[in-house]
Design a protein around this ligand. Structure first.
Ligand SMILES: [Zn+2]
Length: 113
C-alpha cells in the first residue's frame, strides 16, 4: 500500500487516501467520518437545550413544580446517556452534564430530588 493510499473500511480494497467515495464498493467515505462528529455535536446541542430549559424552570417555576421538572430533566439526560451510541468521549460529556444537573439540584433542594 502506498502512503497516498488507504483501506476502504467497507470492502477492505486499497483506495486513494483522498478518496471520498470508494471506487470498488462506492461507499461514501466522507459521510462516515462526518457522521460521527455530527452526532457528537448534535448530542452536545441537545444537552445545551436541556440545561437551558432547566435553568429557565429554576428561574420561573414554583418549588414543587420546579422539582418535578428538574427530575424530568435528569431523567431525560440519563435516558439520552443510556441510548447514546456514539464515541466514548461523547458519552462522558453527557455523563458530566447529567452529574452537573444533579449536583445543582442537590445544592438547591438539600437532597437529590
Ligand atoms: Zn469499498
Amino acid at each position: 500500500m502506498q502512503p497516498s493510499e488507504k483501506q476502504c473500511p467497507f470492502c477492505a480494497e486499497t483506495i486513494k487516501a483522498q478518496a471520498r467515495r470508494c471506487r470498488h464498493c462506492h461507499a461514501d467515505l466522507s459521510k462516515k467520518t462526518l457522521g460521527v462528529f455530527a452526532k457528537t455535536g448534535i448530542t452536545v446541542v441537545v444537552l445545551g437545550i436541556v440545561l437551558l430549559g432547566f435553568g429557565a424552570y429554576v428561574a420561573s417555576s414554583s418549588e414543587s413544580k420546579e422539582q418535578s421538572e428538574a427530575q424530568a430533566a435528569i431523567d431525560l439526560c440519563r435516558e439520552h446517556e443510556a441510548s447514546y451510541t456514539g464515541p466514548a468521549n461523547g458519552r462522558s460529556i453527557i455523563s458530566a452534564a447529567c452529574q452537573k444537573i444533579e449536583d445543582e439540584l442537590r445544592g438547591k433542594f438539600g437532597h437529590a430530588p
